[in-house]
Design a protein around this ligand. Structure first.
Ligand code: AMP
Length: 278
């Protein structure tokens, strides 16, 4: 299937108004991998029309993060999406999304100030603002998002509820390499050696699940075991937190259904991952 390429907001809005049926939308920053494509597959199954956006959103990068270095390959992205049932690819420019004089921000309180929000204080404001804009242009029935960015998923569900968007957010499972590394566009920054070290994210989460299965419940005890494993692999810990899935609040005793989320720096690359404890 050859998706129609659209790079103007006006064209996208005009086309959208003429579309009938259930619209499934997948917002991405491009440099697509199987994780993104799993969202497209879910959208194919649950919608009549599939729209993917590709936009490297400058406002979700902190000043010290290298936006210009973020991996991009639009030709390859288009090719990958052409092999799937995607109807439209929307890739607006920075100037269109943030024209001169842009002043309005969407901000979700509290749950954006924990976990990733501590080291990336303006990140979620950028995410909620761009997704609100994209949702206004595309007005999807369903929006597909990965649990890989678990905090982002919770924050956007909150935004949709608070601002009365009619869109339903569908959370999709994390796609991993065979050895357990969660797929991420940022994995490209890692050397072969770094990639091996990065396995400590998933390994430490699996260790937590194992300890839970052995009846260890203390978050502190489990986090200290995870810390040893990560530091043995030269990972630098930004945070490891045991959290309630909905409130994102820290919990001191693990229970079935809670999440463990972490951010680890490997070779200067900040990687995130999480697990639902069962
Ligand atoms: P990004 O392009 O990094 O902004 O990601 C776009 C969407 O793809 C987000 O909803 C992510 O959560 C999702 N995503 C990224 N990596 C994965 C993965 N390994 N498994 C599932 N979803 C993912």
């Amino acid at each position: 299937m050859n998706p129609k390429l659209i790079n103007s907001i006006e064209e996208m809005s005009t086309i959208r108004r003429q579309l009938k049926g259930k619209i499934g939308f997948i917002p991405t920053m491009g440099f697509l991998h199987e994780g993104h494509l799993s969202l497209v597959s879910a959208a194919e199954k649950q919608s009549d029309i599939v729209i993917v956006s590709i936009f490297v959103n400058p406002t979700q990068f902190n000043v010290n993060e290298d936006l210009s270095n973020y991996p991009r390959n639009i030709e390859r992205d288009i090719e990958l999406l052409s092999n799937m049932k995607v109807n439209y690819i929307f890739f607006p420019t920075d100037e269109q999304m943030y024209p001169e004089g842009f002043k309005t921000w969407v901000n979700v309180d509290k749950i954006t100030q924990v976990l990733c929000g501590i080291s990336r204080p303006t990140h979620f404001r950028g995410v909620t603002t761009i997704v609100a804009k994209l949702m206004n242009i595309i007005d999807p029935d369903l929006m597909f998002m990965g649990e890989k960015d678990f905090q982002q998923l919770v924050v956007l569900k909150q935004m949709v509820k608070d601002l009365n968007f009619r869109t339903k957010i569908v959370g999709c499972s994390i796609v991993r390499e065979e050895d357990g590394l969660a797929l991420s566009s940022r994995n490209k920054y890692l050397t072969n050696e770094g990639r091996k070290k990065a396995l400590c994210l998933n390994k430490s989460l699996l260790l937590a699940q194992k300890l839970f299965s052995e009846d260890i419940r203390s978050s502190n005890k489990i986090i200290s075991q995870m810390t040893i494993l990560i530091e043995d692999n030269e990972g630098i810990i930004d945070y490891i937190e045991v959290i309630d899935q909905e409130s994102l609040e820290h919990i001191s005793e693990l229970k079935s259904g809670c999440r463990i989320a972490l951010a680890i720096i490997v070779e200067n690359t900040r990687l995130i991952d999480n697990i639902k404890i069962i």
